[in-house]
Design a protein around this ligand. Structure first.
Ligand SMILES: *Cc1c(COP(=O)(O)O)cnc(C)c1O
Length: 213
């Protein structure tokens, strides 16, 4: 099933778009099947769960897509190629501090709460430029792009304004010439809305159910 899902998805999705298989709650066998079918990027929401899986599959790229607490940063830095959920200066400060101790430059995305939902993490769109300018000063952090989670809606077409907002924010930031910062990655789109996200400019989608169910 997983293999068939991935074959179908790869037929639909241009190869320029990175598919991150979000494997929270999935077994090692399920993850291995996804990798055998051509997945190279695995996303997890919790550091603890990711650690256990990482040591069995260190060869793929690991993405942190869930909220990261500062007391988990040290462990997160050991395993994640891309931390997609940086949502505060305080968290970035801790990432920079811990990364410098192990001589790592950590790739991150800034998570933006495009719909302004109280239930979601992420910077307010209006605060993003200011906070990002501060994060860009950290030597051991490399900001690669932006991430958002669209609200749950009855019709996926209603997600478009949020995806568009993220794309416009990225374009705006790239005109500002913030030190060492050119944003290339737009991580947006999940199982229910990845088609809309891609049409609005996504180049990284995060799929759980579309792959594993
Ligand atoms: C679980 C999760 C996904 C995948 O969700 P699906 O709707 O199953 O595709 C993507 N992004 C984040 C941040 C998640 O927590």
């Amino acid at each position: 099933m997983i293999k068939e899902n991935i074959i179908k998805l790869k037929r639909r999705i241009p190869s320029s778009i990175t598919i991150v298989a979000v494997s929270k709650g999935r077994t090692m066998d399920e993850i291995k099947e996804a990798i055998e079918a051509g997945i190279n990027d695995i996303g997890e929401n919790r550091v603890q769960e990711a650690l256990a899986k990482y040591y069995q599959l260190p060869e793929v790229r690991w993405h942190m897509v869930g909220h990261l607490q500062t007391n988990k940063v040290k462990e997160a830095l050991r395993i994640f190629d891309l931390i997609q959920s940086v949502d505060s200066l305080r968290l970035a400060d801790e990432i920079d501090k811990q990364a410098s101790r192990i001589n790592k430059v950590q790739d991150i995305l800034i998570q933006v709460n495009t719909a302004g939902e109280n239930s979601k993490f992420g910077l307010k769109p209006d605060d993003t430029v200011e906070v990002m300018s501060e994060i860009a000063k950290f030597k051991n952090i490399n900001i690669k792009g932006l991430m958002t989670i669209a609200p749950i809606v009855d019709n996926p077409q209603k997600t478009r304004p949020y995806f568009r907002m993220l794309r416009e924010l990225k374009d705006e930031i790239n005109t500002l010439n913030i030190k060492h910062t050119t944003l290339n990655i737009l991580s947006m789109g999940m199982t229910d809305d990845f088609a809309q996200a891609i049409e609005e400019g996504s180049n990284m989608i995060r799929l759980g159910r579309a792959i594993f169910d």
